[in-house]
Design a protein around this ligand. Structure first.
Ligand SMILES: NC(=O)c1ccc[n+]([C@@H]2O[C@H](COP(=O)([O-])OP(=O)(O)OC[C@H]3O[C@@H](n4cnc5c(N)ncnc54)[C@H](O)[C@@H]3O)[C@@H](O)[C@H]2O)c1
Length: 336
C-alpha cells in the first residue's frame, strides 16, 4: 500500500520538489492534483498519467486520498486546509502557515475539531546539515551557544509574494522564517522579544522586500538576521553562523530546496567539515506525514500550534518594521 497524496497548487514548489519526491519514493503515490490553471494541470498530467488533475475542489476532495498537501499562495492555505480537515483528511500545510494570524487560527481550530492530524511544511527541519548542527550544538561539545547571524536572500519580483493580499508577509514569511526555525531548534527555546527594520514597512498593498531583525531567546541568546528579495534573478544566499563559547559553526545552503548544504566547525581542535548523509527533505517530510496519518503523534516542531506561534513572531517583526524598529515582547512559551 502506498500513501496516496493529493496536492493543492501545482506551482514551483510542487513541480520542483514535491512531484520528484513522490516519484522517487516507492511508498508514496500521487493521487490527485488541484490547481486553478488548466495549462499547469496539463503539464502535471503529462508526467503522471492516470492521476486525477482538475480545477474542481469538490471532486478533488472526493478522490480517495490518504493526505492533502496545501501548496498554494499563502492566502489560500486556510481555505483548503480547513476543507480537507473538515472531511477528516490528514493535512500538510505549506509554510508560512497562513497569510494572517487569523488564517492560522482558523487552521488550528479546524485541526482541533478534526479527527485527522495536521502539520506544517517545514522542510528545512529535515535537512541533514541543519539536523547535524542542532545535534552538535545541543550536545554541548562547543560550549554554551551565544548567537546566530543569518542571511537568507533571494529574488522575487512581480510575484504574489510581493502582494500583501496574497501573501500577508514578503521576505519575512518566505525567507526569514528559516533562520527563525533554525535558531529555535539550535537554542532549544522560543523567541521572547524582537525588533526589526525594513522596507516597505506597514504598506497596505506591498509586502517587505528587505528586513534586518534581532530576536532574543531569553537571556543571552540572540539571532541577528537579514532577508531580502533584492538579489539578482537566480541568486539565492543561505548562510548562518552559530557562535558558541568554545567554537563556532558556519553553515551554507542548508535552507535551499536541493537537500544540500555544508557545515564547517571551527574550535580548539582546528577546522573540520561535518558530512552527514544528505536526505531529500520532502521525502522525509512525507514519511513523517504518513506516520502521523497512521497514528504516530505529529512532532511538536512541525505541529500547527508551533506554526501559529512562528506566524505570530513573523507578524510581530512586521509590526516592528512598521513602527520604526521598536522592540516588542513576544509570548508563547518555551519549546516543550
Ligand atoms: N517548503 C518549501 O521548500 C517551499 C518552497 C517554495 C514555496 N513554498 C510555499 O509553497 C506555497 C506555494 O509556493 P510556490 O512557489 O509553489 O507558488 P507558485 O505561485 O509557483 O504556485 C502556486 C500554485 O497555486 C495555484 N493556485 C493559486 N490559487 C489557487 C486556487 N484558489 N485553487 C487552486 N490552485 C491555486 C496557482 O495556479 C499555482 O500553480 C507557498 O505557501 C510557499 O510559501 C514552500
Amino acid at each position: 500500500m502506498t500513501f496516496r497524496i493529493g496536492i493543492v497548487g501545482a506551482g514551483f514548489l510542487t513541480r520542483q520538489s514535491l512531484l520528484p519526491a513522490i516519484a522517487e519514493a516507492g511508498d508514496l503515490s500521487l493521487a490527485a492534483v488541484l490547481d486553478r490553471d488548466p495549462e499547469t494541470l496539463r503539464a502535471v498530467a503529462a508526467g503522471f498519467p492516470g492521476v486525477w488533475c482538475g480545477t474542481d475542489s469538490r471532486e478533488f476532495l472526493r478522490t480517495p486520498l490518504d493526505g492533502v498537501h496545501v501548496a498554494t499562495p499563502n492566502r489560500r492555505h486556510a481555505e483548503f486546509a480547513c476543507r480537507a480537515l473538515a472531511r477528516g483528511i490528514p493535512t500538510l500545510v505549506e509554510k508560512p502557515l497562513a497569510d494572517t494570524v487569523d488564517g492560522g487560527q482558523w487552521i488550528l481550530r479546524a485541526a482541533m475539531a478534526s479527527g485527522a492530524p495536521a502539520m506544517v511544511g517545514y522542510m528545512s527541519r529535515y535537512n541533514a546539515y541543519n539536523r547535524a548542527v542542532v545535534e552538535l550544538v545541543r550536545s554541548g561539545r562547543l560550549g554554551t551557544p551565544r548567537s546566530i547571524t543569518a542571511s537568507h536572500l533571494g529574488h522575487r519580483q512581480g510575484d504574489w509574494r510581493n502582494r500583501r493580499a496574497d501573501s500577508g508577509l514578503g521576505c519575512l514569511g518566505d525567507l526569514a522564517i528559516y533562520p527563525l526555525l533554525t535558531a529555535t531548534d539550535v537554542f532549544g527555546a522560543a523567541p521572547t522579544a524582537c525588533r526589526a527594520t525594513g522596507y516597505p514597512g506597514g504598506d497596505p498593498e506591498r509586502t517587505d522586500i528587505y528586513v534586518e531583525a534581532t530576536l532574543w531567546f531569553g537571556d543571552g541568546l540572540r539571532l541577528q538576521l537579514e532577508s531580502s528579495f533584492t538579489e539578482p534573478p537566480g541568486v539565492g544566499v543561505s548562510r548562518y553562523t552559530v557562535v558558541c563559547e568554545q567554537g563556532l559553526v558556519v553553515v551554507r545552503d542548508s535552507w535551499a530546496m536541493n537537500s544540500g548544504g555544508s557545515v564547517l566547525v571551527c574550535d580548539e581542535q582546528g577546522r573540520r567539515w561535518l558530512r552527514p548523509e544528505p536526505v531529500d527533505p520532502y521525502v522525509a517530510q512525507y514519511r513523517t506525514f504518513a506516520a502521523s496519518a497512521a497514528g504516530a503523534p505529529v512532532p511538536a516542531e512541525v505541529s500547527i500550534p508551533r506554526a501559529l506561534r512562528d506566524l505570530r513572531v513573523l507578524h510581530a517583526l512586521e509590526r516592528s518594521v512598521a513602527n520604526g524598529g521598536v522592540r516588542l515582547a513576544l509570548s508563547g512559551g518555551q519549546n516543550p
